[in-house]
Ligand binder design. Sequence first.
Ligand SMILES: C[S@@+](CC[C@H](N)C(=O)[O-])C[C@H]1O[C@@H](n2cnc3c(N)ncnc32)[C@H](O)[C@@H]1O
Length: 292
Amino acid sequence: MSAALAIPPDAAQARPNHFPLEVSEYQRIVARLENMTGITMGADKRTLVHSRLQRRIRALALPGFRDYCDLLERPEGQVEQTHFVNALTTNLTSFFRESHHFKHFVEEAVQPMLPELKSGRKLRIWSSGCSTGEEPFCIAMMLLSVFPQAFDRNARILATDIDSSVLRTAFNGEYSQERMKGVPDPLLQKFFAAGGSEDAPGYRVNDEVRRLIAFRKLNLNASSWPMRGKFDMIFCRNTLIYFDDDRQSRILKRYRDIMKPGGHLYLGHSERLSGPAEKSFKRVGTTIFQAV
Ligand SMILES: C[S@@+](CC[C@H](N)C(=O)[O-])C[C@H]1O[C@@H](n2cnc3c(N)ncnc32)[C@H](O)[C@@H]1O
């Protein structure tokens, strides 16, 4: 038998780099996360939570999860609360994910209003749960493809997320070659410049695209949202699924309240309307809804 296999399980648990996560500590963590963000996590996420927060415990040189939970509750734990949320969000995204939405956006939502847009009608679009920025950049590229004067004619995109680290990536607008896979060549040529380094080449989104977008931190489950005007289109894709039914219904109602009549709502492939929003939107495509 090798020396490694001879280590009894208790000794492995006591390794300085491994911190056991007790059920009671896991419960404290998921309750705090839900309270701060609305994200719900079942027992099946314990391994994920364990591995993501263990890194934080190591970084802070804390003795274990109990001290970590205590820190989050103390006033001096405020900075850690941001790391805590950033560590536990799921940020999976890609360029032109669920591409039928972008086709609909250009052909059915933007093109019919082009005459009005050209004569000065404001256009307001919200990418809520924008993650690392691929979604709002796709919206901006598609908009510019049919309406090159968008910026001068007062078209704007608001892109928000609760996770400050993904917002930083989005704001930088720089992506590895690997992440550019979904971008068609003509758009790549038109809207990106070479970026990255010699060792890790990548692409950077042009200023023409970037200037259309304002990136902001926003919690969809906050008691109020700071926006004043109404939106023509809202993208909320693959974000509501992390919330319970009540929160989903409440957010969908708030989307309708903050949207112009006739505006379009784009949801993720496994999301649906619920609550009062069921009556205030009509389905016009696969996970595409129009405010009535
Ligand atoms: C899976 S990503 C979706 C990205 C993109 N919309 C897409 O479909 O490709 C979900 C995003 O929702 C964000 N999120 C989770 N809870 C949130 C909340 N309460 N408020 C705002 N954003 C939240 C996460 O940080 C994450 O970046």
